[in-house]
Design a protein around this ligand. Sequence first.
Ligand SMILES: Nc1nc2c(c(=O)[nH]1)N[C@H]1C(S)=C(S)[C@@H](COP(=O)(O)OP(=O)(O)OC[C@H]3O[C@@H](n4cnc5c(N)ncnc54)[C@H](O)[C@@H]3O)O[C@H]1N2
Ligand code: MOO
Length: 396
Amino acid sequence: MITVDQAEEIILSNKIALSTEKVAIENALGRILAEDLYTDRDFPPFDRVSMDGIAVVYAQIATGQTDFKIEQTVAAGKPQVVLNDTTHCIEVMTGAMLPIGTDTVIRYEDISIIDKIATIQIIPPKIGLNIHTKGIDRKKDEILLAKGKKISPAEIGVAATIGKTQILVQKQLKAIVISTGEEIIPISEMPLPHQIRTSNSYALQACLKNWGVEADTVLLPDSQTIIEQKIAQYLSTYDVLILSGGVSAGKFDFVPKALENQGVSKLFHKVSQRPGKPFWFGMKDSKAVFALPGNPVSTFMCLHRYFKPWLDASEGIKTEPVYAELEQDIEVKFGLTFFSQVKLTQTGTGTLKAKPIIGNGSGDLASLVDADAFIELPLGKETFRRGEQYRVWLYR
Ligand SMILES: Nc1nc2c(c(=O)[nH]1)N[C@H]1C(S)=C(S)[C@@H](COP(=O)(O)OP(=O)(O)OC[C@H]3O[C@@H](n4cnc5c(N)ncnc54)[C@H](O)[C@@H]3O)O[C@H]1N2
Ligand code: MOO
C-alpha cells in the first residue's frame, strides 16, 4: 500500500494536456487563459482629467494670479483642445483629455466662477494635480495577463479594455461521474428498504461545477459486463472518468478488474489513509480514471485531496496550501494518514483554527454539513496536539 504523498506524486505526474478554444468574452468567466494578453495602448491612453474643474498653467498660479478667464468647456469624449493664452483656463470634465498647454487641474470645489471668470479659492500645492498621466498604469505592449491565469471579473475588465471580444482559453475537461452499486437508485425514486439514493453523483458533480468542470452522471449496476461496456464507451468520449463504489474487497466490487480489462493501467490501488483506503487510480493513454471508494465521506475527501490538485496541475493553476491549527488533541491509533473533518474559524490575527467534527465514519454523509474541511494528519504520529498546524483541504 502506498502513502498519501506517493499517491499524490503519481497522480500529479499523470496530469493531462488540455487543448484550447476561443470563447466570447461574455463566456470567459472562470475559464483558464491560454494566451498572453498585452496592452494595445498606454493605460491611460492620454493625460486624463480626473476631477471636474478647470485646467490651468501652474506657473501662472505661482506668480500669484488667481482669476482665470474661461476659454471654453471640454467634456469627456471630445478631441483634445489647446489653451490659447497661458493666463486663461479651460473648463474640463472628468475623463476629458487634458488641454494642450495646461498642466494642472483645479476642482470646482476649490474655485468660484462668476461671468466666465474662475477665481481660485484654494491654491493647489503643486503642479500636475488631478491628472491621471498617460501611460502611468501600464505602457503600450506591456504584458497585462500571462496565460494560465483563471479569469475572474477583474481579468474580464482588462481584456475588455484592450478590445478582446474573443479570448483564447483552455478547453474544459469532459468528465463523467459513474456511480456503481446495485443498491444505488436515482434520487427521483422512492427507495425500498435496501436501497440508497445516489448522493455521490450530485455531491461530486457539484464539486466539479465549483471547479469549472461540467460533468455528466450515470448509475451502473454491479455487473462486470455492463461496467466494462460502459467504461469502453466513456473512455472514448471523456477526458476523465470518476467512479464511486465497487473498489474494495467485496464479491461484487468489479470496478478494478473491469478497468484493467478495458486497458486502463492501474497506477495504484489502496492508499494508507482513512477514509478512502481502497482508492484506485489509473490511466489509459491520456485518459485519467479516479475510482473512488463509495462511502460518501471517502469519495468526497478523495476528490478534494487528489482530483482537485490533478485538475489544477492539468490546467497549469498554482494554488497555495492552506494550514490550520488544531483546537484540540486528536489520537490516531490506526497507522494511516487520517483526514479528520473539521469546522474552521478564523481568529482576529488571521490564523485558521480547526475543531474536529467526529462523525460515524465514512458512511456518515450528514457529518459533511457540520464541517468545512478535512485536516490531513500525516503518518508517523499517534498524538496530534492542540496548537499544531496541519494542511487542510477546504470544501466550502
Ligand atoms: N473486507 C473489506 N471490506 C471493506 C474494505 C476493506 O479494505 N476490506 N474497505 C472498506 C472501505 S475503507 C470502504 S471506503 C468501502 C469502499 O467500498 P467500495 O468502494 O467498494 O464501495 P461500495 O461497497 O460500493 O459502497 C460503500 C458504501 O457507500 C455507499 N455508496 C456507494 N455509492 C454511493 C452513491 N453513489 N451515493 C451514496 N452512497 C453510495 C454504498 O451504499 C455503501 O454503503 O469498503 C469497505 N469495505
Ligand atoms: O475508506 Mo473507508 O472510507 O475508510 O470507509
